[in-house]
Design a protein around this ligand. Structure first.
Ligand SMILES: Nc1ncnc2c1ncn2[C@@H]1O[C@H](COP(=O)(O)OP(=O)(O)OP(=O)(O)O)[C@@H](O)[C@H]1O
Length: 265
């Protein structure tokens, strides 16, 4: 349903994403694995064009190659996002936060006024699906980290998306809560036939919940496999082989001994 064709992203001299071609299919739960700096967030941000590729193209089923502003807006409306730091408004209630997921369905002017009753019903239903209907009127800063992330999932669901992007959605949670929250995310995506692309650092969670696991290293896809093919060799290669990661250290640790050596001379 969404296809990247030779998508490339550079930041100055850094190639964050080498020319990458991938297709993500309807209802598939895909996990991105890779060391810090491997390009996971860059790939995720390309999928809703928060990051514009320097080269290549992105095609979405039903919308084509997203050349017009209208196609891009429609794609973003169809794309839910879940973040590591959930990005909820702390002093608003869970319900008020979830209802913001409906805003993209209205013009900017219309969204300044209270949304129709129907949107409140959708938001309440989404809170019910994540098991937090009883917390609808609780302020976000009165909820636990796991509950906050469930509100974040409810907000993305309220958008009624076709595609769900989640950037390290469980990184701030303890292992048991992380498991429960990821299980919830996977379940609701499956129930609604939503394609999900989720970056994680926990290999075990990828094995348990993914339909497909993509390994990234230095901005390049190094494997794209079913979870039962996620061998120890594959994952350790992902995290151990970091030649390009040493390069930025010329700005920090590597420059330190070099300066010392110069000073001694
Ligand atoms: N806005 C930016 N400006 C400059 N360089 C960037 C920017 N965003 C990312 N990069 C660089 O692009 C590369 C890929 O970064 P990215 O954030 O996609 O990695 P990641 O796999 O998501 O890492 P992490 O697991 O730490 O979030 C890194 O070398 C990073 O420093």
């Amino acid at each position: 349903m969404i296809k990247l064709n030779d998508v490339t992203v550079r930041f100055g001299d850094t190639i964050a994403l080498q020319p990458t071609s991938l297709a993500f299919h309807r209802g598939q739960f895909t996990v991105l694995l890779g060391a810090s700096g491997a390009g996971k967030s860059t790939l995720l941000r390309c999928l809703n064009l928060m990051q514009m590729p320097g080269a290549g193209s992105i095609e979405v089923e039903g919308l084509g190659p997203l050349r017009s502003g209208a196609a891009l807006r429609a794609h973003r409306r169809n794309t839910g996002m879940v973040f590591q730091q959930h990005q909820l408004i702390a002093r608003r209630t869970a319900l008020q936060n979830v209802i913001t997921g409906r805003v993209g369905h209205y013009t900017s002017l219309r969204s300044l006024f209270p949304l129709p009753h129907r949107d409140q019903e959708i938001a309440l239903h989404c809170l019910e699906r994540v098991g937090l209907l009883h917390k609808a009127l609780a302020r976000i800063d009165q909820l636990s980290g796991g509950q906050q992330q469930r509100v974040g999932i409810a907000r993305a669901l309220a958008q009624q998306p076709r595609l769900m992007l989640a950037d390290e959605p469980v990184a701030s949670l303890d292992p048991a809560t992380a498991d429960k929250v990821l299980a919830l995310l996977q379940r609701v995506c499956k129930e609604d036939g939503i394609s999900a692309v989720v970056s994680l650092h926990q290999v075990e969670l990828a094995k348990r919940y993914a339909d497909r696991v993509i390994g990234l290293a230095h901005g390049r896809v190094v494997f794209d496999v079913a979870p039962d093919a996620l061998t120890a060799e594959r994952t350790s290669a992902l995290y151990e082989n970091r030649p390009h990661q040493a390069a930025p250290e010329t700005h920090a640790p590597h420059s330190f001994p070099l300066n010392l050596a110069i000073a001694k001379d």
